[in-house]
Design a binder for this molecule. Structure first.
Ligand code: SF4
Length: 309
């Protein structure tokens, strides 16, 4: 049993090392497979604790990340909230800026999406949601827009920013010379906040809901690796920076999130409610800064929007 197990383990490690050498950083693992690995790993300290052998495999939880470290598969401690990805790397967390091949990125995003689509961490939201709204757009985009949470239409269709505010965001993106397909759009919260007793309207996500869900966004940002993040509204910036934020005070000023320049600006729904032309201009000035940061050309016409009227 011990020799067979060692042989199997060595073959598995060799296979993972080959994948890693080819640039693979993530592998999808079924929960039952991970549970089986954890059960098997529990007996390994007796098997592999002889002097001169590699470090033993340790197990904590079926939800923990599987990490290939120094040629030995280990199951590390569960992160503070949870790990939305399985990581295959000698450095456990994927640090922003680590180059990823498109294949590896596509694979990891697909696996992350699969996890989000069946996530049941917020029972009240699971009971009321129609769809999990993961994110949409180009996973190689230089620009990633982050909102707060899906509304009724987004929940219905499973895509972020498709209601009236979403249509305005789409216009802003197009005015920048881009399209929804060439940027990436996601929310802090992937499920629509429930509104018990109400048949319409939305509510702001609670701090606990945002804290529970934001690891998915962390992982999306780490995988997509945009050059710039745009936070839309106070709730988005609060969710990203984990502290209260007043959008009127901080919009237009660069911040940093996971090593990436972050531009806070007004939420499009605010622009729909306000008549103030200067606030539309302020959002546009923020977008001009974003365009300059990523090296997009800015025409005189674009520079002049909302200066008259
Ligand atoms: S809001 Fe996020 S953490 Fe909560 S159930 Fe939905 S996907 Fe899971």
């Amino acid at each position: 049993m011990s020799a067979d197990y060692d042989q199997l383990l060595d073959a598995t490690i060799t296979y993972f090392e080959q994948l890693k050498a080819q640039g693979t950083r993530y592998v999808p693992v079924l929960p039952e497979t991970l549970a089986g690995l954890s059960r098997a790993a529990a007996s390994l300290p007796q098997i592999r604790s002889q002097p001169g052998t590699p470090a033993p495999v340790t197990a904590t939880s079926a939800k923990a990340s599987a990490v290939l470290m120094d040629g030995v598969a280990v199951v590390p401690k569960l992160p503070p909230v949870f790990s939305p990805t399985l990581t295959l790397t000698s450095a456990a967390p994927l640090t922003p800026g680590t180059p990823l091949s498109l294949d590896a990125k596509t694979q990891a995003i697909a696996e992350l999406r699969e996890r989000a689509m069946v996530c049941v961490k917020c029972p009240n939201l699971v009971a009321s949601r129609k769809n999990v709204v993961f994110g949409v757009g180009d996973i190689s985009s230089q620009i990633m827009f982050v909102g707060e949470a899906p509304g009724a239409e987004e929940d219905e269709q499973g895509e972020p920013f498709i209601g009236a505010a979403g249509q305005l965001l789409t216009k802003i993106i197009q005015t920048m010379g881009l399209s929804r397909q060439t940027v990436y759009i996601a929310n802090i919260l992937k499920c629509r906040p429930d509104t018990p007793g109400q048949t319409f309207g939305n509510r702001k996500p609670t701090p606990d809901e945002m804290k529970t869900c934001v690891p998915y966004l962390h992982a999306q940002v780490d995988l997509i690796q945009p050059k710039v993040l745009v936070a839309l509204g106070s709730t988005a910036i609060e969710g990203l920076l984990s502290k209260p934020a007043y959008i009127t005070k901080i919009r237009g000023q660069w911040h940093t999130y996971r090593g990436i320049p972050l531009m806070p600006t007004f939420h499009p729904s605010y622009l729909l409610r306000t008549e103030a032309l200067q606030d539309k201009r302020r959002v546009w000035e923020d977008m001009l800064q974003v365009m300059e940061k990523v090296g997009l050309p800015v025409s005189d016409k674009q520079r002049g929007y909302f200066l008259k009227g």
